[in-house]
Design a protein around this ligand. Structure first.
Ligand code: HXC
Length: 513
């Protein structure tokens, strides 16, 4: 018996060493943790249960028969994060560069299947050289098995990808299908084709970091939702994100205790500048409304004219979508429509109520926007709001102009409650532009054209640059003093807590992708 126990102990020790101490040192020299160190940081102490520790690859090609590593380059299992069940896989770069073999893929698929069957989030810690080159098509098949499961799991359980090393070629498509991507600055990158191929094809000179590093994907492509300074921060973000979201699509997010106090926020009364064209920071409005320090921004550095993120209101998790008047005047463009649409769909999939803070002058004009498809991209946001069945509340703080008024969670497209501040301007367009069009001939005939334009602008503004026309028609439920916003929202979200809304029976809709 003791021999047999020793054999087992030796195997476990061997498996825990992955590719061996020298490669672990190499990993540390690159400022990267090992697969197991990452899991230790992520999971509650002692909660991780490893599955498939002794799995080995089956390839005999190109000398692989002499390179056998227990676990085959990925640590998989389940455990708890802040007391809640999660499934995790963590690729081990010390074993053949974390490359994905048939057996490696099978291990990932197994825990994805378990996560689906048991309704808990799946977290992938990615650090891999891609398909195990020696295995050929078998490895490609392994990737496809994962992509297929990512797609079936979408909207059923939350899926989060942390990129902590290379993630290149077709391998990028698993994280791309998951709900959130986090990347570590300087040590991770994602691209479909690397700098060498780019140089050959387009003659561009770029480094891996420039092409597909965390900063590029956080601010330019929007592929990653979070850029993290290092792996520790990445794991902190992961845990924080999980705290706002439920285990699966049948459950609600965890709730924190809430003890009602005086919810009046007088500072909100002076947030909007006197001059309607002067910017202000919507993040300050958000901070005044939500529970203290609870805002967790998503896609912080991408399409900053729109703010999206999670927060708590009276202890409950909500998703916030807000125009940002201090960036591009909060205008809707292609990037921000995509950003917000994806966020709205995540929240709707996972029963997270939506709060929209609206101050939008319309859609961004220009050939760049039109030729790149602001029509179909703007439609994504419209579609996402229209089909969302979670409780949805809008607060119009200032401008709600044109089609953007409809798109930004208006009553007409299914919002449950719409509030407006007295500073709201709900109109087809800004007063000056409107006056120039509808009084064109009158202005052109006037001796003092400028004075006439000003007079007509004032006339239009008096009629429409306010919330009362919309309130008279019930498009706005209530015009509120800004200081009561938080109180109103806590009550209204409470009132909507048991909302039941169903979409017409269908296979699935056809969002304009
Ligand atoms: C097998 C691999 C491997 C791979 C790395 N290794 N990638 N083994 N298959 N894909 C091995 C290396 O041979 C090396 O083994 C060890 O891992 C560490 O790699 P290094 O190159 O020493 O590390 P580093 O200098 O940090 O460079 C990392 C790297 C590089 C940039 C990822 O290894 C690399 O370019 N790898 C190939 C990437 C690639 O082309 N993958 C296939 C993409 S196609 P030894 O024993 O020598 O130390 C793809 C298709 C997916 O993934 C399609 C899905 C649809």
């Amino acid at each position: 018996m003791s021999n047999k126990l020793d054999t087992l102990k030796t195997k476990i020790e061997q498996a825990k060493l992955g590719g061996g101490t020298a490669r672990i040192e190499d990993q540390h020299k690159k400022k990267k943790l090992t697969a197991r160190e990452r899991i230790d940081l992520l999971m509650d102490g002692g909660s991780f249960e490893e599955l498939g520790m002794l799995v080995q690859h089956r390839s005999r090609n190109f000398g692989l028969d002499k390179q056998e590593f227990l676990g085959d380059g990925v640590v998989t299992g389940y455990g708890k994060i802040n007391g809640r069940l999660v499934y995790v896989y963590s690729q081990d770069f010390t074993v053949l560069g974390g490359s994905l073999s048939e057996a490696h893929a099978e291990k990932i698929c197994r825990i994805m299947d378990l996560a689906m069957q048991n309704g808990a989030p799946i977290i992938g810690l990615n650090d891999s050289g891609g398909a195990r080159i020696q295995e050929g098509v078998v490895s490609l098949g392994g990737y496809a098995d994962i992509f297929y499961r990512n797609t079936l799991a979408s909207g059923v359980i939350p899926q989060i990808s942390a990129i902590m090393g290379p993630c290149a070629g077709g391998a990028v498509y698993s994280p791309a299908i998951t709900d959130f991507i986090m990347m570590v600055e300087e040590t991770s990158y994602m691209f479909v084709t690397g700098p060498n191929v780019v140089k050959t094809v387009t003659h561009e000179d770029v480094t891996s970091e420039e092409l597909g590093g965390a900063e590029a994907h956080a601010s330019k492509s929007g592929v990653t939702h979070f850029a993290c300074a290092n792996e520790i921060e990445c794991i902190q973000y992961l845990k924080q994100l999980l705290s706002y979201i439920p285990q699966n699509c049948e459950e609600m997010s965890p709730r924190l205790p809430y003890h009602p106090v005086n919810e009046i926020r007088p500072r909100l009364n002076s947030m909007i500048p006197e001059n309607p064209n002067q910017p202000y920071d919507m993040k300050e409005v958000i901070e005044e409304i939500i529970d203290k320090d609870s805002f967790f921004e998503v896609h912080k550095d991408y399409a900053e004219n729109m703010i999206v993120g999670f927060a708590r209101l009276g202890g409950k998790s909500i998703g916030i979508v807000a125009n940002q008047p201090s960036v591009l005047a909060g205008v809707l463009d292609i990037k921000c429509s995509n950003k917000a649409a994806r966020f709205v769909r995540f929240c709707d999939s996972f029963n997270i109520p939506l709060l929209v803070l609206e101050d939008v002058p319309g859609f961004l004009p220009g050939t760049d926007q039109e030729w790149n498809g602001i029509i179909s991209n703007g439609a994504k946001l419209l579609y996402a709001f229209c089909e969302a069945t979670v409780p949805r509340i809008t607060v119009i703080t200032r401008k709600a102009y044109g089609g953007a008024y409809d798109v930004m969670n208006s009553k007409h497209i299914g919002a449950d409650m719409n509030y407006a501040w007295p500073t709201a301007e709900i109109a087809v367009m800004g007063a000056k532009g409107a006056a120039e069009i509808i009084f064109k001939s009158e202005i052109s005939k006037a001796d003092d054209k400028e004075a006439k334009l000003k007079e007509k602008e004032t006339e239009y503004a008096d009629m429409f640059a306010n919330p009362y026309e919309a309130a008279a028609r019930g498009y706005v439920d209530e015009v509120i003093v800004p200081e009561v916003t938080r109180e109103k929202l806590i009550k209204a979200f409470g009132m909507l807590e048991n909302k039941v809304a169903k979409l017409p029976r269908k296979k699935h809709g056809n969002i304009p992708l």
